[in-house]
Design a protein around this ligand. Structure first.
Ligand SMILES: C[S@@+](CC[C@H](N)C(=O)[O-])C[C@H]1O[C@@H](n2cnc3c(N)ncnc32)[C@H](O)[C@@H]1O
Length: 188
């Protein structure tokens, strides 16, 4: 797939904010790790995942090519992952925010996860004035460009996960005001 999104411009300097450090402190990651929408594979380094236990899935050729050579990376779309693909731990960090079909993507993540799914989403107020609303979607401007930016209220979080047949085991840093990165651990 020859894919490039607006975020490509700044992803090379992406810091994964504090959620990478939170994930490291939690020590939730085990076994073979699929990192879906991995960008340039920051998480492998932040979480000290041995290269043989890491597989990054990323539709952007630019990001795959910018990843460290030793990392295993494959092209793929979260909505339609390879039939045989499975991971004990599946990471999907800051990806659902940019998708229109979040429930479809979550069902696909559930299918490929054998033990634990870890999501990073944005929770808070979907009516926050920083967001623009159009066609029942919320958008945000970055560097003059508008892109899809889903923000879940706590009720939406439980509903969206529920529609995908998922029940959170732990939710870290959930908010009903402002916009905040929130980690969700789902044990299957
Ligand atoms: C904000 S970045 C997050 C990167 C990384 N997960 C992190 O936390 O540092 C969003 C990533 O989602 C990827 N992405 C967008 N649409 C996707 C799709 N349909 N399937 C898989 N990944 C996708 C983008 O290419 C980008 O790498």
């Amino acid at each position: 797939m020859d894919y490039k999104d607006d975020l490509g411009i700044h992803l090379e300097s992406w810091t994964s904010e504090g959620y990478g450090q939170d994930l490291k402190d939690f020590d939730w990651v085990e076994g073979l790790v699929l990192d879906v929408g991995c960008g340039i594979g920051h998480m492998a380094k932040i979480l000290d995942i041995p290269t043989e236990r890491y597989l990054g899935i990323e539709p952007s050729k630019t990001f795959r090519e910018a990843a460290p050579d030793e990392l295993r990376m494959m092209d793929g779309d979260i909505h339609n992952l390879p039939a045989e693909l499975r991971g004990e731990t599946v990471l999907c960090l800051d990806v659902l925010i940019h998708l229109k079909k979040q429930v479809e993507a979550l069902k696909e993540l559930k299918r490929v996860t054998t033990k634990r799914l870890i999501l990073q989403v944005r929770t808070g107020d979907p009516d926050d004035p920083i967001l623009r609303k159009r066609d029942h979607q919320t958008y945000r401007i970055h560097k003059g460009q508008e892109y899809l930016y889903n923000v879940w209220s706590p009720t939406m979080l439980h509903n969206i996960l529920g529609f995908a047949g998922l029940k959170p085991s732990m939710v870290f840093n959930i908010h009903s005001e402002g916009i905040h990165p929130t980690l969700i651990r789902i044990d299957l």
